[in-house]
Design a protein around this ligand. Structure first.
Ligand SMILES: Nc1ncnc2c1ncn2[C@@H]1O[C@H](COP(=O)(O)OP(=O)(O)O)[C@@H](O)[C@H]1O
Ligand SMILES: [Mg+2]
Length: 294
């Protein structure tokens, strides 16, 4: 069983959006995911409640519900057949809770928005993951998603430059897309919409899914009776899209390398150097179903 934590104490960064779409993807793959909602706002739980019986099963655990009729131990039980657990975490998560929340996680995914406030919050979040939760950087369990990105904007360039200073893999960039909003309204993910409607969005998920498949423990094998087979597993990509090399030579304190100094280094005015186009190798490896138009 693989445990994936979606975390960023900044509200509105896209945690729930990423969590429910991961759950949707794994459900379609027949991996019987469990979606654990730690947020008292209950957004993931609400999404799950809209999900019709015709869709592949996702087990929901509202782990914020302390006064539920069912006992907490029962509510927190993960079904035996579950092969992926996705944890949607709350905003304003206390850093002191991070060691607990991230314990046993195979992957920690941090969505970040391209705004000045969000970039600073992300720097703090990554610092806390490294120093408070004590997740060794070399284990490469932490990855960042640049979310709601409008390319060729000053903030996008600032975000990408900041992320590159972190020495943390940038897993993908997700564009601002109404497909996420439409899917969420119906209790589904973009993986359950018509491929031609969401082609551009699906394409952006491939590197993230490839990275996650590399982080999955050896025992995680797809179960035999898959609920749906029309969306194949992504081809694992060998490495994250964007270079993870720090922009400057590593300074002395190993765990703070690149983090504390990252934000001041971001220049929001000066035009950035052209970015290397990250998605082109992925386009070439897209499966045939992906390019089908109807
Ligand atoms: N890539 C995206 N494109 C369009 N809307 C998005 C995207 N990511 C998130 N949103 C929207 O932004 C809002 C906040 O996202 P959400 O996932 O709830 O953030 P969080 O869980 O971090 O608070 C939601 O209305 C969601 O639909
Ligand atoms: Mg949320």
């Amino acid at each position: 069983m693989q445990k994936i934590i979606v975390l960023n104490p900044k509200g509105g960064s896209g945690k729930t959006t990423v969590a429910i779409n991961l759950a949707s993807h794994f459900a379609v793959q027949g991996l019987r995911p469990t979606l654990m909602d730690m947020d008292a706002q209950g957004s993931s739980t609400r999404w799950l409640s809209k999900r019709g019986m015709e869709h592949a099963a996702i087990h929901g655990i509202a782990s914020y519900e302390r006064n539920s009729r069912v006992t907490r131990s029962f509510a927190l039980r993960i079904p035996q057949e579950c092969q992926r657990v996705i944890v949607d975490t709350p905003a304003a998560l206390d850093p002191q809770r991070m060691p607990d929340v991230t314990r046993d996680a195979h992957a920690i995914v941090v969505p970040v928005l391209p705004s000045d406030i969000d970039i600073h919050a992300a720097a703090k979040c990554i610092t806390d993951l490294l120093l408070v939760a004590k997740i060794p950087r070399h284990e490469q369990r932490i990855g960042v998603i640049a979310n709601r990105v409008k390319k060729n904007t000053v903030m996008y360039r600032a975000l990408m430059r900041f992320l590159q200073t972190l020495d943390i893999p940038i897993l993908t960039t997700l564009r601002d897309s109404q497909n996420y909003v439409r899917a969420a309204e119906s209790g589904i993910g973009i993986f359950e919409m018509k491929p031609y409607q969401v082609k551009e969005d699906l394409e952006q998920w491939l590197p993230l899914l490839g990275w996650l498949s590399q982080k999955s423990p050896a025992e995680a094998q797809p179960i035999e009776n898959r609920a749906a087979v029309d969306v194949p597993l992504p081809t694992p990509v060998p490495a994250p899209l964007t270079s993870i090399a720090p922009a400057t030579p590593a300074p002395a304190p190993a765990e703070l390398q690149g983090v504390g100094s990252a934000v001041p280094a971001v220049n929001l005015v000066e035009p950035a150097k052209p970015q290397t186009k990250p998605h082109s190798p992925i386009l070439a490896s897209l499966p045939a179903w992906f390019t089908r138009q109807s």
